[in-house]
Design a protein around this ligand. Structure first.
Ligand code: GLP
Length: 239
């Protein structure tokens, strides 16, 4: 595991964007898996700027998102789909059929999950996964207790996760489930880049670095991945 501590989230985001740009320029057909949340917002800003400056093109990339809320349509302001369009997809040259995100409103959500796994397999698997982390150690929506063999599926969100995400969910009824790729999907990716910012992430980062129990801290599963880079700001490295 490569661990890099930066001063703040601005520095984390610029380093993360540089890493992504160099991966994409090295392999324009990269199959990416991307996160949502507050932490990666500046990464997307940096990527959009780099695209406008012709430093990178996403025209041959395939993009999967990590997760989505169950019950929210893609055009709901609180959905991860709306976030992705607003932050990234609508501003760059990602191909029309090259962006995948689970449909949280699918009438058969279990078959939506199975279909998502098939689409990942058909793309040849994930090359590069970018992750944030929840304060309880969740990655994607793989909450504590998630199985190491889990794949895309519907999960119950913890009270902690719901409380953390409420500012981005303006309308009732608020979702209480997510559809997320699993720990096994993440562990099969060729490379993982995890970004963490703020003191609320310090306990999860402590568990990652000290090989905590992945059944309690899902992020600690990454200890057994052989190509992980962790970008932290000073607050997230506080423990
Ligand atoms: C959400 C997402 C995760 C994300 C995490 C942290 O619940 N499902 O993929 O990493 O929360 O988000 P933030 O960066 O806002 O703290």
């Amino acid at each position: 595991m490569k661990l890099v501590t930066c001063a703040d989230n601005i520095a984390v985001s610029s380093r993360a964007a540089q890493i992504l740009i160099s991966e994409i320029n090295g392999n324009p057909d990269l199959v990416l898996c991307l996160p949502t949340g507050r932490t990666p917002r500046l990464i997307y800003n940096n990527l959009v700027l780099a695209y406008r400056n012709r430093a990178v093109s996403f025209s041959r990339s395939i993009i999967f998102n990590l997760d989505e809320y169950v019950g929210l349509a893609g055009n709901d302001v609180g959905s991860f789909s709306a976030y992705m369009k607003d932050m990234f997809i609508d501003h760059v040259d990602v191909g029309a059929n090259a962006w995948h995100i689970p449909n949280g409103k699918a009438s058969d959500i279990d078959s939506e999950a199975a279909q998502y796994d098939r689409a990942i397999a058909e793309a040849g698997g994930l090359d590069f996964v970018v992750l944030g982390v929840g304060s309880n150690g969740h990655i994607g929506f793989n909450e504590p207790g998630a199985s190491l063999t889990s794949r895309t599926r519907v999960v119950e969100l913890t009270k902690e996760t719901l409380a953390a995400n409420i500012p981005d969910l303006p309308r009732e009824p608020r979702p209480h489930q997510g559809i997320t790729i699993g720990i096994a999907n993440i562990m099969e990716a060729r490379k993982v880049l995890l970004v963490a910012s703020g003191a609320s992430k310090a306990a999860a980062i402590y568990q990652l670095i000290n090989r905590g129990d992945p059944s309690q801290w899902p992020v600690a599963a990454l200890c057994d991945h052989d190509d992980v880079t962790v970008l932290l700001d000073e607050a997230a490295s506080g423990k």
